[in-house]
Design a protein around this ligand. Structure first.
Ligand code: ZN
Length: 144
């Protein structure tokens, strides 16, 4: 089985064998790691593409620099990204840099986590939560 994933660095679509999820799969175009145990900052265009194409759950932290709770949650999000490496991918979107995201994703407050897979929003969570709660929250949809 091959899975489609968009490179979170350059936006290139890649197909990787499911068996290679843990083996350091790299983007065919830019060479960036496709499965990283850390969040990647993305643009709105890239997010829209990845949310449409990714076969692996993509968990996005919608944040802004002025948002104190967002800054509190950032290390928790990073810890969860490490814990779920190979099971879900993690991205961050700066809602101040990309204000159009607010309308597109019906964002009423941040921090907000939204998980996407196979072209759909599969789950969302508002407010600050700990790394262990993020992992628990993702357990219903992350890959085994
Ligand atoms: Zn790339």
């Amino acid at each position: 089985m091959a899975i489609n994933v968009v490179c979170l660095e350059c936006g290139q679509g890649n197909r990787i064998p499911e068996a290679k999820l843990d083996a350091g799969a790299k983007c065919a175009t830019c060479g960036a790691g496709l499965i990283k145990g850390e969040p990647t900052e993305v643009s709105l265009d890239l997010l829209v593409k990845a949310a449409r194409i990714d076969g692996i759950p993509l968990i996005v932290d919608f944040w802004a620099a002025w948002c104190q709770p967002c800054r509190m949650m950032a290390p928790e999000f990073a810890t969860a990204a490490k814990a779920l490496k190979g099971k879900a991918r993690f991205a961050k979107l700066d809602t101040e840099a990309f204000p159009q995201a607010n309308k597109r994703y019906d964002i009423r407050g941040i921090p907000l986590l939204i998980a996407f897979q196979g072209g759909h929003e599969i789950k969302r969570q508002s407010g600050v939560i700990s790394a262990s709660k993020i992992v628990e929250w993702a357990s219903g949809f992350s890959l085994a």
